[in-house]
Write a protein that binds this ligand. Structure first.
Ligand code: ATP
Ligand code: NMN
Length: 233
């Protein structure tokens, strides 16, 4: 567990805080924008006197009951394939393995506890590893919609900090000014990525359903897995 991260932790210069980026989502299927978000966030954080030692993808459990969610087994397998070639991005299976839906704040809590316990067993007196939630702007927007997020958990969620990347035409400045998000403004870092993908898992599912090619939208290993199991046909 956390092997890539623990390996990278050994290279963190003393006095620099190690940090892990966490991306939560359905990943049904994972695609290049998911991976690119972590790359973009890493660049931003590395310029801020932190050292990014890892990125974790945490697929939501099947109890989330989102329409078109592939099985937990298939989503985990595809996510593991998607990060295979990375020396810093990994998959955390814990959230997907829970029998009931786990709120994102509690997912981050679990990762933080398990990760720091693992680091303590390895490194004498390690710096505490910080986490940041990485998301697209649609996730930020969903927080302003009543009933989607458990507002009592938002303070806990934002105590970890969030890096939010442009997506489609979401007005992120307006979002952070919203009465639900404004109290947490200082914990939300907006990343104005010039390059914006009009790419989503829904689009991939739609193209597959229509019998069209999804080549170059996700890593080849993921595409091969989808084809072999005839997912989303
Ligand atoms: N094109 C994109 N640009 C920026 N962020 C993205 C993009 N696609 C997904 N994300 C982000 O990745 C995270 C995980 O999203 P999720 O797994 O729900 O993907 P999705 O492509 O939005 O899926 P779906 O189309 O099934 O709703 C979220 O924070 C989401 O905002
Ligand atoms: N209250 C919450 O913790 C909450 C609410 C909505 C979505 N989410 C998370 O956001 C991620 C993306 O969800 P969607 O695919 O529904 O946009 C998932 O990981 C989901 O668990 C969390």
């Amino acid at each position: 567990m956390f092997q890539k991260i623990l390996r990278n932790l050994a290279d963190v210069p003393s006095g620099i805080i190690p940090l892990v980026l966490v991306e939560c989502g359905s990943f049904s299927p994972p695609h290049f924008a998911h991976l690119r978000n972590l790359e973009v966030a890493r660049k931003v954080i590395d310029e801020q006197h932190f050292c990014v030692v890892g990125g974790l993808i945490s697929p939501v459990g099947s109890a989330y009951k989102k329409p078109n969610l592939a099985s937990t087994e298939d989503r985990l397998a595809m996510c593991h394939l998607a990060v295979e070639s990375s020396d810093w991005i990994d998959v955390d299976d814990w959230e997907a393995s829970q029998p009931t839906y786990t709120r994102t704040a509690n997912v981050l809590d679990s990762i933080s506890n398990r990760l720091n316990t693992a680091a303590q067993a390895l490194v004498p007196k390690p710096e505490r590893i910080q986490l940041r939630l990485v998301c697209g702007a649609d996730l930020l927007e969903s927080m302003t919609r009543p009933g989607v997020w458990d507002l009592s958990l938002l303070a806990k969620l934002f105590s970890f900090g969030m890096i939010c990347i442009n997506r489609d035409a979401v007005n992120t400045q307006a979002m952070v000014a919203h009465e639900i998000l404004a109290p947490h403004r200082e914990h939300i870092q907006l990343v104005p990525e010039e390059f914006s993908w009009h790419l989503s898992s829904s689009f991939i599912r739609q193209e597959l359903h229509a019998g069209r090619s999804i080549k170059y939208l996700a890593p080849d290993s993921v595409l091969q897995y989808i084809a072999e199991r005839r997912l989303f046909a």
